[in-house]
Write a protein that binds this ligand. Sequence first.
Ligand code: PEP
Ligand code: MN
Length: 445
Amino acid sequence: MDAQTFAKLNEWRNYPAQQQPSYADKRLLREITEDLRTRPPLVFAGEVDQLTRKLAAAAAGQAFVLTGGDCAETFADSTADKIRAKVQTILQMSLVMSYGASMPIVKMGRIAGQYSKPRSAPQESKDGITLPSYRGDAVNGFAFTHQSRQPDPRRLLEMYQRSATSLNLIRAFTQGGYADLRQVHLWNQGFRNNPAFSKYETIASELDRALRFMTAVGADFDSIKTVDFYSAHESLLLEYESAMTRVDSRTGKLYDTSAHYLWIGERTRDPESAHVKQAMQIANPIGVKIGPNTSPQDLLRLIDLLNPEGVPGRLSFITRMGVGNIRKVLPGLVKAVEETGNPVVWISDPMHGNTITSVSGYKTRRFSDILGEVEGFFQAVREAGGIPGGIHIELTGDDVTEVMGGSQDVSDDALAERYETLVDPRLNHQQSLELAFLLTQYLAV
Ligand code: PEP
Ligand code: MN
């Protein structure tokens, strides 16, 4: 690596980095990041560029992005069954959405690397004991003991390994014929038992006929047998992201090879933050989460830093305003950005602005608030002259009870039945499919 590239790679070290673990053993951290630097990349520059082109299509209204997955993956749950259920859920949603929108869906998972979390408080107290907060399996353990809550750099290596095996499985699923469109359609038949199904019967039977027609005429091309599926996670742990960054031999540019797509969280998106400075140096497509306190100036500055050349697909803004704010706050932001002509992708995260504590004491969200924010997003972006480009949600393929409502009407009391998330509440399989069917009405215009 030449001196200039080395300086770029380490530029972020000159800026304040929030939300970083404080490791007791700095030498071990150094040994581990040195080791990571020698490991094979998890994703490849050519794939990353292909994703950027697909995101460019979304910015232009010719594709729509679907990102889904856990708030935080855990090492224990990086099993074949759980990964398959998540990928299946995303593919099922995407089939319904692409039919509704008559355009390609760009499929991404919060998967194969979403192992770290920003926290609102650095410490947590329980029964008179105060310990460091859980920051995700890449940093420390969830168990509330002194030993488990100490940040351990060896977890970064495990993050790498778990990401690699997860991606390997995802590549096999999506390239090996398992995710054939006709197969995905068969999986969707399960939704017929959902109480909400009657509302969607028309679209489901149209889809059914379209696929039977394709089968009848012997349509049998690669694009129905394989799908492109991309990995995404929050770029939070800068030592890890930096150690996974490599020079692309074709172009000399830096790519963060830990995932195809990286996003910067609401808590670390300050333009002078190490997180933004790190993202400026890499060629991956970047998302920035934006909450209700974002100003138009914040966005213009982020555009100057992260996409000065106006590369379509390079930058997405992921809005997470809350159902009560979205109509008020978003139009002004979209207007200011659209006036610059910079081709950003507008993506709705209808989850993070709608987190509440239920009467029974669970951290949850209301399905109706999530839908309300999605609806407000489509209206606000369109009203301000922008193009709604995608959705980013927390989901799992399992039948958990973490989000209240939906057609199966998960009640406050029912949350206790299967509340499994360690961090934020996720849509379950049925709620995710219901959302996909609901989305078709906004996509169809
Ligand atoms: C998240 O996506 O899990 C998250 C923490 O989001 P945000 O940065 O928008 O709060
Ligand atoms: Mn979350």
